[in-house]
Design a protein around this ligand. Sequence first.
Ligand SMILES: *Cc1c(COP(=O)(O)O)cnc(C)c1O
Length: 344
Amino acid sequence: MPASPLSARLHVDTAAIVANWRRFAVASGPADCGAAIKADGYGLGARPVLAALAAAGCRDAFVAHWDEVAALGPLPEGVRVAVLHGAAPAEIGMAMTLPARPVLVTAAQVAAWRATGRPCDIMVDTGMNRLGLSPAEAVSGLLDGLAVDTLHSHLACTEEPLHPLNAAQRAVFADVAARVPARRYALANSGGVCLGPDYVFGLTRPGIGLYGGGAAPGGARLDPVVQLSAPVLQVRDVPPGGGVGYGASFVAARPTRVAVVGLGYADGYPRSAAGFGVVDGVVCPLIGRVSMDLTTFDVTDAPAAREGSWIDVGFDLAAMAAASGRSQYELLTGLGRRYARTYR
Ligand SMILES: *Cc1c(COP(=O)(O)O)cnc(C)c1O
């Protein structure tokens, strides 16, 4: 859908993504540092994200589905893509036409893929009880003779560094890794890298951290990646006692200038945003309820806000996640399709 002149704008700071990736690459030490770009680069655009990361030296990218590989188009030089959901028998035909390898997750997938003679990755479930072979399956001989590029597992509790499942999963993975030959071994997502070098193995798979969410290795700060701005469609003066928006949930206590802007929950701006806008350096609180396509800000102290001007809308992932009860992952992948997107 082409953006219209009054579409809200979403700017993706690819230099910030690269700076964040470098933090994870440094924390990965001698291991390769890849990038999870599934769900269209966490909603920000898998192709431009991968182009920027590849130029910075990233060589491994992870998507969930085969159609996400197709959507990448020609891959940047030297980049290898792996598909985290593996290849169901019905997908093998498609998989053979695409420049990616599957991360096989079940014994049936392994059996079907074996007939292709092609390399693959393997996912082992070490205690998350989500996708993957059991450790017993992985060491049973099922994988004998298969060209395993990377043997993976995925951590369940990295947002709680002291959770005992982290060390337990690591121990199970180290045991399986010692018994299953592969070119590389990979356990850590962003949070796993933050747990320290014991969790790094030979390849890391950060995602959310690249996009400015979650924790940074070593407690550093991550650069914010998303900037939103929205058009002021109307400015109105509301007298004391006047209500604003659905439910009249905001009632003016003083004569209030209200900017009505073209941004709403259909754009992924959460209804309980507790947000703010910035006009000409003046912070303008969000007032009233966020509607599907419209949001209102108190611009009484920002005379530069007028019909046709633009308001920078705060999109601090941690603060918005706390205020909305949604995860930082949901906030990013929920950004809608209507934005005029720019990349730098
Ligand atoms: C999504 C995903 C990642 C990236 O996780 P983040 O928490 O975003 O860093 C890594 N590995 C697997 C298997 C994933 O599904």
